[in-house]
Design a protein around this ligand. Sequence first.
Ligand SMILES: [Zn+2]
Length: 643
Amino acid sequence: MKTILILLLLQISVFTFGQTTKIAENLYSYTKPIQSADQHCTPEIKFDPLIHENIAGPYDGGNLQFIWPFTQAIDDGIVLVNYVDNRSGTGIKDYNDDNWAYDGHNGTDFSLHDFRNMDRFYAVKAAASGTVVQTVMNNYDRNTGWTDVDPANKILIRHDDGSYAYYYHLMKRSVTVKLGEYVTQGRIIGYVGSSGVSSDAHLHFEPGHFVNGNWTKRDPWSGIYNQLPSLWDDQLPYLGFRDFVLHDMGVYTAGLVGGSFNNNMSPYLKERIISPNTISGYESKIGFWMLIQGNYSTKQIKLEMRNSNGTLIDDVSYTNYNQFQYGWQWWTPDFNPGISVTGNWYFRVLYDNVEKGRYFFNVQLLTSNRPRLYPAAGKCFRRSVFLQRDTLRVRPVRTNMQYELVGAPPNVSITNDSIVNIGTLDQIFRVREFKVIASMGGSASLRDTMIYKLIDTTKNHSIGNGIVSLELKSYLEGRYNGINMQGDSITVLLRNALSPYVIIDQATVYSLPNGSSIANFHDANSGIYNYLVVKHRSSIETWSKTAMQFPNGFPLKYDFTDANTKAYGNNLKLKGGEYCIYSGDVNQDGVVDVIDVASVDNDLSFFIQGYVVTDLDGDDFVDSADLAIVENNANNFVVRMRP
Ligand SMILES: [Zn+2]
């Protein structure tokens, strides 16, 4: 069952939903609609003497050195979809003498993949230092169109040289700076949203200045069609007309897109369809989507579906000759293999016969989907004297949902199972994050996470530029019985990668019986390397093998239990097939020795009970089992190992 089609996208358009086009059998494409010259993602900028100042005389902005205005790098969830159109009148010319823009576009548009990424908070940084002269922050932020919308949430910063930069389309209530405040370059000023005239979550970044009361945009990118100096301290290479870029992909069933593969797909794709946990071999069709960008220039794109034995089940291919600034393509082949071949099937994406990606999905008897917080999984709340509330909603509707607060401050609680109450903010730094994990009966896989940002502009900015999260797995030797663990509090430290390994931040968290814990760090930066150090009141301090980098926008997962090489110096003990942190350092001096043995022995002789430091196995009795653990580790000269 092979379908091979070679065609010109512009010539064949047999099936459309808005901008959806059928390009081959069961294969569809959705691109950003083409904007006409009178449709802009930002309003015309008019001079307001209360806010704006003119610059007298010639100005080329050459003293500005913009930094990249995101925590994440290009292609790390961020796609450059429009440059500045430098051509006056009709027609498009970006700085590179190409047309990676729309007609009359005055800024640079950086788009997030989807609203799911928006909910994971993409921070916007001040590209240059300056004074905040305008903020708008309360408008709806999940627009997907250009008509009948509220204005954009935005920030206007006046630079030291008298020029300005606009940051448009921010998330509702996410502006983290105050009017009149001087912000230094690199400071987080808000989060990417889709407020105002906006089809996708994106930042429109527009520098410029006023001359005689007229706004003059300034294209920061320097090239053939803009010979003014670049305003970037490190201008990226030209990002239009690259070869095929596969940004993201996944699989889905009809149930995840409203029950039918024939529905308008763009709302689902823009929210990112979350792949099912398992897919039934009796689904009659299956869907595969991919988010792509680039210029195909006559090369072939091929999609394959293979079963868990690697056998090719179906494929489709096509060639197109268009630029594809940003969008999705999806394929809905017939499925229904039954359950004769279960396990990990996969889709393969090939461009010009080179594999660009592979997406695995698990085929079983029944389809199961994880719950999903709806309609958003990320929100900002600002300081208020009133109690603020938010109701958690999950789709599909489940009966056995559990909601757990993670890293929440004391003024936050959950009542009536699903209402988040946020009292008057009392926090050290301006932005604080907490999460709610919604799970089906506590399941580790059937769950979703809601992120809240609490913004209190009466407080200072944190020294870090956001929050990083660690999803840790670790077992404590004494408390682990080979199946699960007596949970206990542990302290996780982040320490600088270089001597003297300064402590950057620390969090005390509860380690669950399955060894998992989540620690949020407010003073750490993503992208920076830190050692992870686990401390427990009666265990050997244990360091990660190497310094670890927190990814941008997502938690770092670190598992100390699956290999002894995960710990510095391989300093873990194998017990019941899992690697555990050594127990027995009762006095926390970094060595398990006769002093620790003596204190356990002493408490044992007095039949000490309860939550005491010498009860190494957590059964609330100090007994011979505890003594055996500490004696064994003392005999083996167990010590802390660290760089
Ligand atoms: Zn724009």
